[in-house]
Structure formats: C-alpha cells, structure tokens
Design a protein around this ligand. Structure first.
Ligand code: SAH
Length: 391
C-alpha cells in the first residue's frame, strides 16, 4: 500500500526515505513542497532527481480531504465541510481578525465524550481522524485562502500568513486521538512546513488528565481546558469525563503543565525555557442560563482556580435544536466576568463568530455515522437549518 505523505511529520518522513534507500534530508525538501508550496504532484518537485520522483510515485501518494461545501458568514467566518471517507464529513472553520487569522481544526469524526451542551457530542462518534486528515484541513485552508487574495475580508488580517493561529477546537476531543494530533501539530510547528510558533497552536481539551501530562512531555503547545463548572457535582453532569478525572486531578494537571514553562536546568544552562510555551492555562467556561452562571458559581470558580495561573474565556452558549439549554443573558455574562476580574483574574468573553453558518463553538456537526448506535448518516439540525448538509 502506498504511504500518504501527509501522514508524516519530519521524523516519520525521514524514516520513510530511509526505507526506500534515500537520504533522510529528502524529508525537508518534500515537507517544503507539500506544505509550503502546496505541490502534491511529485513530477513537479523539480529539485528532486527524476529517479527519486519516480520512486515516490511508486511508493507514495498525497491524499487530501475533499471539500464538499463552503459557507461564509457575513462576519467573514468561513466553514468548510470536508469529506473523510465514505461515511463521514468534518468541519473546519476560519475566523479572520484584524491581527490574525485563526483556523479551528477537527480531530475526530464525531466525539465520544457526550458533553451535555455540544452538538458534536449529540451526533455520536465514528473514528479518530488520521494525521493526513488533520493536517489536510490546514493544507486546504492555506491553499484556498492564498488562492483568493482579492477577497476583501482577508484584507482584514494584516498578518503575512493567511492562517497565523490554529486552535484544536473543532469536532472531537484532540487528546483522545493523541498520536495523530501530536504528529499533525509537529507538522504545524515545523519550519519546513507551516512554521507556527507553539504559542499560536492551542489545544483544547475536556480534561483527559494523563494525556495532558503526555502532551507537556511530547508536544507542549498552548493549553485550553473546557472547565464549564466549579464543582464536581455540576461538572459530572455537563462534562461526563469529569466522573473519570475529577476537578482536583484536572487542576493539578493544569498546574504541572504551567510549571513546565517556568524553565529548568537543561545541559547546564539555567532558566532555559522548556515545556509549555505559555505560563498560564486558558479555562473555557460556557455560559448556560440558570445552570452555571450565578454569583455563587463565580465565587466557587475563583476559589477553585486560586492556585493555577490561568485566564478565563467565557463562551456564551451557542444553541442548537434539542440542546435543552439557553444562553445566559448578556448582563449576567458581564456580571460574571466582572466578578472574576475583581478577584484579580483575567477574563474575556469570547466573541461569537460564524453563528449564521453554524460555525460557532459547539455547533460543528458535519456528517457522522455513529458507530455505537448504528444510527444512519445524519446531520444534526440546528436553529439555522441542517448543519453541514448544504452544498
Ligand atoms: N473536545 C475539546 C475541543 C472541542 S470544543 C474540548 O472539550 O475542549 C471547543 C470548545 O467549545 C469547548 O470549550 C467546548 O466545551 C465549547 N462548546 C461546546 N459546545 C458549545 C456550545 N454549544 N456553545 C458554546 N461553546 C461550546
């Protein structure tokens, strides 16, 4: 079987070339062609010998997820539905801002965690995405956005790269697909590929504690944790993985993650930075009317996170049909934010982008064949219609 070269980070690519009796440094050249130039046709990789190009055609291929549909919101947010195999389609969202362009990437077809307020969770779970399917989303976005410089909305961002930031906040739980996500993030960070800094790649997790520790060791990037509740009693209901990894363990893992950023002695050199690229964790906190947004919840939250260097990002709930939740009124969100700020915390309210195209946080549904219940392929209906089914 041919190897899909999009599945390979630098180390795996060097190994691949070793396996076909080629010099490992070829990996740098091919990463450059694939990810910086966007070339997928081996015959066009002109600084490789003809013999090598032929060898590549015999042993390797490049397969990118196919785009099924594109939607654009009046605020400039774009959403692509990408087919991954016959049964599933995933969603990728691009959010242009004045100083940056952020791509929100999916890591699984569906999600098994079943958070109470999330559209993806309601769809069930099919499978982990491959590294190629994860990095393929960035490949696709960069190619598509670079091909349309005339697009006025892109002019909004003065950043030289159309995609300056990546957030692993799309469909799925990235830490439940650890190896493929880490390999894809290594390609994002690789100077021969996308060259993003560790601070500009953020992984968001519902809190798989052992994997947070592994991430710190193997591929430290900016960490966001979906906290959403200040007590185990409430979090058990909203984020069921909390029953396995309760708040005390989760917060201890966050602390270890941040501690790793403080510098260690490495080969005799003191205070060299190692580990996490930021000295804080971002706590995401969804604002659900009458569920987790009271004065007491704010007080409990302040007490809970006292020992962890952190920033809060309050996310107004984005609704979808049958969710059973409502968004907290704006005044209550502001009051909650002020309480955190008055306690000396940094707290921002996430601007909702892409809501009109069901591209906002928690609205990504794509098309997933749930393997657990054998439900047929379906698109979840949101208040704006059938997500992901329009063409
Ligand atoms: N599984 C990962 C990443 C996916 S979701 C995680 O849980 O962090 C990215 C963020 O969107 C998470 O904080 C998630 O809790 C939040 N989210 C999910 N559903 C939402 C909704 N309906 N409205 C607003 N935010 C939502």
């Amino acid at each position: 079987m041919k190897t899909n070269l999009l599945d390979l980070d630098a180390a795996a690519m060097a190994q691949f070339f070793g396996g076909i009796d080629e010099k490992p440094f070829r990996s740098r050249q091919v990463l450059h062609w694939l990810h910086q130039v966007g070339e997928t046709d081996f015959s066009q990789m002109t600084d490789l010998s003809k013999a090598l190009r032929e060898r590549l055609s015999a042993h390797a291929m490049v397969e990118i997820p196919r785009c099924v549909s594109t939607s654009e919101s009046p605020d400039g947010t774009r959403k692509w539905l990408l087919a991954v195999g016959e049964e599933n389609a995933i969603e990728t969202v691009f959010i242009p801002e004045a100083s940056r362009g952020t791509l929100c990437i999916s890591s699984q077809a569906g999600c098994a965690l079943e958070c109470a307020f999330c559209a993806t969770g309601k769809q069930g779970f099919n499978r982990n995405l491959t590294t190629a399917e994860i990095i393929g989303q960035l490949w696709w976005a960069v190619r598509t956005l670079s091909a349309q410089p005339q697009n006025a909305r892109l002019g909004e961002s003065e950043h030289p790269k159309p995609v300056s930031n990546v957030v692993m906040m799309g469909m799925g739980e990235p830490l439940a697909n650890f190896s493929n996500v880490v390999r894809a993030m290594r390609i994002m960070l690789d100077d021969h590929a996308y060259g993003l800094s560790r601070r500009r790649v953020t992984l968001s997790t519902a809190g798989i504690v052992p994997a947070i520790d592994r991430l710190r060791e193997e591929c430290p990037v900016a960490l966001a944790v979906s906290l959403h509740a200040p007590t185990d009693e409430l979090r058990d209901q909203l984020v069921p993985i909390n029953r396995k990894y309760p708040l005390r363990e989760l917060l201890a893992a966050c602390q270890r993650y941040v501690d790793a950023s403080l510098g260690e002695e490495i080969s005799g050199a003191k205070w060299q930075r190692k580990g996490a690229p930021r000295d804080f964790v971002t706590f995401e906190y969804i604002m659900l009317d009458g569920v987790n947004d009271s004065t007491q919840h704010a007080r409990d939250l302040i007490a809970l996170t006292r020992d962890v260097p952190c920033k809060f990002n309050l996310i107004p709930f984005n609704s979808f049909a049958g969710s059973g939740f409502a968004r907290s009124p704006e005044a209550r969100v502001r009051a909650f934010q002020e309480r955190l700020i008055n306690a000396g915390l940094v707290a921002t309210v996430r601007k909702t982008r892409g809501e009109r195209i069901d591209g906002a946080c928690g609205q990504l549904a794509g098309r997933v064949r749930d393997r657990r219940t054998r439900r047929p392929v379906q698109a979840i209906r949101t208040k704006h219609g059938a997500a992901g089914e329009r063409t």
